[in-house]
Design a protein around this ligand. Structure first.
Ligand code: DAH
Length: 349
């Protein structure tokens, strides 16, 4: 195309190409790339025409230069138009996509709430700390001595059959009860003692109402002249706060090696008010915890003189309390962490 007539054809070709591109163009990026394709000083098709000028006969050079320059100016205008049009187009698309309808109802937030077992734990801590109890958290790995022997449950004691223990070694085990904390506290603190000990406990037990890991809360009071009636007074407050106003307690004789006498504590049925229903199996009462007067031997094991001091203790199962309180039939629901289930259980605040 080293003459002027070839150039005219080429110029027309380029014009048509550019107009076609302008028609199908969608983005600012495409506009930029097209401009580079034609006008970039190194790679541009129009710049290449300019470079060809050297091979043009001298008498045609002027016209050649003018023609290419016109094309260049025309193309620069087209590309700047394209750029402006594409910017406009992208902006319009963004406005459309990011449009906010301020009259639309707000998206509902689900802030979540405490797990029902945590709720029960905190409520119990509130009730008993308002009566002056302090928190002691023992350890989940215990020795056989703290979990059993010191609690008046020696190796050959039949009460050990009540609990299926996870032994880690002949000496170490996963505690089966928070009662082990009683011994640590009494070994380290002189009366008066008033502690509450929440924590996880472990037993080889697994069905709809039992889990191999569950939570308990132990209470221990040791002082001069502590009797079973002190226990009854505290438990009445506990029953009303946890299960609702008007709930009362009754004590039934039971057996635990570490208390003498031992009692099972029932609360009046908060579902039917004591008349008898399916929750209380028609009895009007629901068993909620074990308790008793600390066995003299346990005090003596910890170096506390049973002639001078006496104590009371109680142990509450937290999952069991949550199940009763919120009407949950299967303990697994408390461990599976299914948010759809948990959102239906407990207080939602
Ligand atoms: N440790 C008992 C259990 O795991 C519960 C218990 C009963 C705790 C009586 C006590 C108590 O402190 O006095 O079943």
């Amino acid at each position: 195309m080293a003459d002027i007539s070839g150039l005219k054809e080429r110029v027309e070709e380029i014009r048509q190409e550019i107009l076609k591109k302008a028609d199908s163009m969608q983005t600012v990026r495409e506009a930029y790339d097209a401009k580079i394709d034609y006008l970039d000083s190194k790679r541009g098709k129009i710049s290449a025409l300019m470079k060809d000028m050297r091979s043009i006969p001298a008498d045609q050079r002027r016209e050649y230069g003018q023609t290419v320059n016109e094309l260049k100016t025309w193309a620069a205008e087209r590309f700047s138009e394209m750029d402006a049009r594409m910017k406009q187009r992208e902006l319009a698309a963004r406005y459309e996509a990011e449009q906010i309808d301020v009259t639309k109802p707000a998206v509902k937030m689900h802030p979540g709430h405490l797990h029902p077992v945590t709720q029960v734990r905190e409520e119990l801590i509130d009730v008993f700390s308002s009566m002056g109890f302090e928190i002691y958290e023992g350890s989940e790995v215990e020795t056989d001595y703290y979990n059993f022997t010191a609690l008046n449950t020696p190796k050959d004691h039949p009460a050990r059959d009540m609990q299926d223990t996870f032994y880690l070694s002949p000496e170490f085990l996963l505690r089966t009860q928070t009662s082990s904390g009683q011994i640590h506290v009494m070994e380290n603190k002189k009366p008066p003692i008033k502690i509450l000990s929440p924590g996880k406990v472990f037993r080889a037990d697994d069905d709809a109402t039992h889990s191999p890991m569950f939570s308990q809360m132990e209470g221990l009071v040791v002082d001069r002249h502590i009797t079973l009636s002190d226990l009854k007074g505290m438990l009445d407050v506990f029953a009303e706060k946890i299960f609702g106003e008007g709930t009362t307690t009754r004590l039934r004789p039971s057996y635990f090696p570490f208390t003498e006498p031992s009692v099972e504590v029932d609360v009046s049925c908060f579902a039917c008010g004591g008349k008898g229903c399916s929750l209380c199996k028609g009895t009007g009462w629901i068993e909620v915890l074990g308790a008793g007067v600390v066995n003299r031997k346990v005090l003596a094991n910890c170096g506390i003189d049973p002639e001078e001091y006496s104590g009371l203790a109680f142990g509450i199962g937290l999952e069991r309390t949550a199940m009763l309180k919120y009407g949950i039939g299967n303990i697994k629901l408390l461990f599976e962490s299914d948010v759809n289930v948990l959102n239906q259980i407990g207080d939602q605040t």
